[in-house]
Design a protein around this ligand. Structure first.
Ligand code: ASP
Length: 367
């Protein structure tokens, strides 16, 4: 089934006076209603204009497109990311910006995945959603959607250049780079935080952008990638993890990449069986990316004895990348199909603002 597009009035061409924004509804609490069993299920989104009348007051042309079968974001897979990237590519020229309405549960993963898939993005792609469905009195959907629309249409005051040419999450009152978002809250409105990087904008009485943090406009045209390799895994360490478990995960026949969630600044057990498992995996060509379980700070392999051996085993230090950005980066980079050396180099490089330069290297934290 084709995605269903519901356009109110003709879409104006990008660059004409009234800004045009395409809202892409994928599912999630934002558009849910209660079924007979009292469970929250995605509803028909054609009602959105009635539920958010403020959309008409923004002075912009808003078109709404719904996936044929909206989903709870727990069901999102790389296939949905490729579908979304394809839809954004298809409509890229006609709109000034895009808002993706998405469930909060996996929004951070989708934002990171889209950041990688949409190379040289020159327009805003703002993911948002809600903790309370749009029809409910205390919904946060209206506020999140209206501000996301404003961000998607935002221009620099002087020259009128696109202000946010990147994939971001906007939620509650913060605008977060797509590769830095993390869902941190399932009950309250402030569901997301920006990990290891300041928010790009804050929405208070005014929308305050930090232009020093926003990415510049790309020099090259948009390039949309269409391959993701899902032969990857996240292995989270915990005291007591057994050899059997680690062997089963790292020994999976077709495994190509692993995000190893380590302790502190990238530390892991030094037991011989654990090192053997890693050695066998990296020896088979599995790329192991070391990401810290800490919410702040960075991986520094070699700071402690318990991480020195990882570099020798070929484990790649993930610096200050989030798990969400790391697993989607593995999928993306492996999907590019380069040789092993190039793949490793790309994994170590900052591709979409997911890694801050190391302060030890004498650079600022700006990506
Ligand atoms: N389970 C929902 C989802 O991620 C939660 C939400 O949207 O807030 O689709």
């Amino acid at each position: 089934m084709e995605p269903q597009i519901i356009v109110e009035g003709p879409a104006v061409a990008a660059g004409e006076q009234a800004r045009s924004v395409l809202v892409l509804y994928t599912g999630g609490t934002v558009g849910m209603s209660v079924n007979k069993r009292g469970e929250l299920v995605p509803m028909d989104f054609t009602q959105i204009r009635k539920k958010v009348p403020e959309m008409r007051q923004l002075g912009m042309q808003v078109s709404v497109l719904s996936l044929p079968e909206p989903i709870d974001s727990s069901n999102v897979t790389p296939a949905e990311w490729l579908l979304l990237a394809g839809i954004l590519q298809q409509h890229y020229a006609q709109y000034d910006g895009f808002v993706v309405l998405h469930g909060t549960d996996t929004m951070a993963y989708s934002a990171a995945a889209l950041s990688y898939l949409l190379e040289n993005l020159g327009k805003p792609v703002i993911l948002t959603g809600a903790q309370v469905p749009v029809g409910r009195i205390r919904t946060d959907a209206r506020r999140n959607l209206v501000t996301a629309l404003e961000i998607a249409a935002a221009r620099h005051p002087g020259g009128g250049a696109v202000r946010v040419p990147e994939v971001c999450v906007f939620f509650n009152d913060v605008l977060i780079r797509g590769t830095r978002a993390k869902k941190v809250e399932s009950q309250h409105y402030s569901a997301f935080r920006s990990e290891n990087y300041p928010p790009l904008a804050r929405a208070g009485i005014e929308l305050e952008f930090d232009d020093t943090l926003l990415r510049p406009l790309p020099a090259a045209p948009l390039r949309v990638h269409s391959q993701l390799d899902d032969r990857v895994v996240v292995l989270k360490l915990f005291p007591g993890i057994t050899e059997r478990t680690v062997r089963a995960i790292l020994g999976a026949e077709d495994l190509r990449g692993c995000v190893l969630e380590t302790y502190g600044s990238g530390n892991a057990p030094t037991s011989p069986w654990f090192l053997d498992c890693l050695r066998e995996a990296t020896g088979r060509g599995v790329l192991v990316l070391n990401v810290s379980q800490c919410e702040e700070g960075r991986v520094i392999q070699g700071r402690y004895e318990t991480s020195a051996h990882l570099t020798e085993l070929g484990v790649i230090g993930g610096e200050d990348i989030t798990t969400e950005a790391a697993i989607t980066k593995l999928m993306y980079v492996l999907g590019l199909g380069h040789d092993a050396a190039t793949t490793r180099r790309l994994l170590m490089s900052d591709l979409r603002g997911e890694i801050s330069p190391s302060p030890a290297a004498g650079t600022s934290i700006r990506a």
